[in-house]
Design a protein around this ligand. Structure first.
Ligand code: ATP
Length: 357
């Protein structure tokens, strides 16, 4: 069993820095868990505690049903891949991959067999006689993965392994990693600051901010029902529109902002938001442009190919953004009307940022 359990895991550096402020997490056997958040939120420190490179200040870590707090990194049954691939430059790709098996004094025939098999899985059989410097960034990344998975770890820990690759390769490697996970069926814990990477690869995502866990859920669960404004705006491209205003209930409920107001059906508005100052969060795909709604002026257009981003404003300099079908044509200066799809509105408390239900 290669499940991972973190119980109230805390890491402090000195008196003043709390890098990880009490993480509770259960990663199931075979799950692909992505830990995501902005720089400095504590993701690497969390991973380093699981791997054994950092000692927790307090809390308990289990791999399977074994407490591993005091085990050396090498005794935890983990494989690790980092952004810095640390391939041995003087060795061939074959010897780099075989390194762990050589250390364990595995016989030559078995080494050849296992390197050949893992090279086929990682599609790098043609590179085995090359040196790492003769490989492209993506190829070197695959070599580093092959070197780790050849030791058949039950848990694979990865810290920003794709961040040094260019955008196209990163996207290709995301697919590779998902395929690899399907094939190996081992437990993956993957750290990244990139929300798109988290969304596309994870079974579940743990979102962190300033050392605290913000939400643990499936990618769609997080996208559709962010637990607070931080999570809502961290995920999604373009960033979720956030509109400060007030929810009033004069007959039918309405949202009143400084520059426009809109009425809604009673069931589109959470009861706890009525009478409150809130931040209304709406993703661009949930903004409709049509014949009805509040008046606005188109300010900028960004064609994406299949869709178009329309930036508009309501008599102020704050832009809102709508994602529309590419066939619909808009130009700066167009007078439009806009509304919000009822299921696509998120009501966040102004003070705490917490989602109101
Ligand atoms: P990044 O994406 O930039 O790597 P991160 O989310 O992985 O960020 P961590 O590296 O875990 O963040 O760091 C969390 C916090 O702990 C940061 O404020 C960082 O400055 C601090 N920190 C990390 N390591 C140490 C250390 N050895 N000594 C003191 N402070 C540290």
């Amino acid at each position: 069993m290669a499940s991972i359990t973190l119980q109230n895991l805390v890491k402090k550096f000195g008196e003043t820095v709390t890098a990880v402020a009490g993480v509770d997490l259960d990663v199931s056997d075979g799950e692909f868990m992505v830990v995501v958040g902005p720089s400095g939120c504590g993701k690497t420190t969390t991973l380093n505690m699981i791997s054994g490179f950092e000692e927790p200040t307090s809390g308990t870590m289990l791999i399977g049903d074994r407490v591993v707090n005091h085990l050396e990194p090498g005794d935890r049954g983990l494989g690790m891949v980092f952004q810095d691939l640390a391939l041995f430059p003087h060795m061939t790709v074959f010897e780099n991959i075989a390194f762990g098996l050589r250390v364990d004094k595995i016989v030559d025939t078995e080494v050849k067999e296992r390197v050949s098999k893992v090279a086929t899985t990682m599609k790098i059989s043609h590179l085995l006689s090359k040196k790492p410097a003769q490989c492209s960034g993506g190829e070197a990344q695959r070599v580093a993965l092959a070197r780790t998975i050849i030791t058949q770890p039950q848990v694979l820990l990865m810290d920003e392994p794709l961040s040094s690759l260019d955008a196209k390769l990163r996207i290709e490697m995301r697919t590779e990693l998902k395929r690899l996970h399907e094939e190996l069926k081992s437990t993956f814990v993957y750290v990244t600051h990139d929300q798109a990477e988290a969304m596309t690869m994870a079974d579940r995502i743990m979102v962190m901010d300033r050392g605290y866990v913000q939400q643990i859920d499936t990618p769609l669960g997080i996208y559709r029902k962010p637990t607070n404004q931080f999570v809502g705006t961290f995920f999604g491209q373009p960033t979720m529109n956030i509109i400060p205003g007030r929810v009033e209930n004069g007959g039918s409920p309405k949202f009143v902002s400084e520059h426009f107001e809109m009425s809604f059906a009673a069931d589109a508005i959470p009861g706890s938001s009525i009478g409150k100052e809130i931040n209304l969060g709406v993703r661009s795909e949930n903004v409709s442009i049509g014949d009805e709604g509040a008046a606005a002026e188109v300010r900028l257009i960004e064609p994406l190919g299949d869709e178009t981003l329309v930036f508009f404003s309501c008599g102020n300099e704050e832009f809102l953004v709508a994602k529309v079908d590419a066939e619909r044509e808009f130009s700066p200066g167009n007078q439009i009307r806009f509304g919000f799809l009822p299921g696509g509105m998120h009501f966040f408390d102004v003070e705490s940022g917490v989602r109101l239900e």
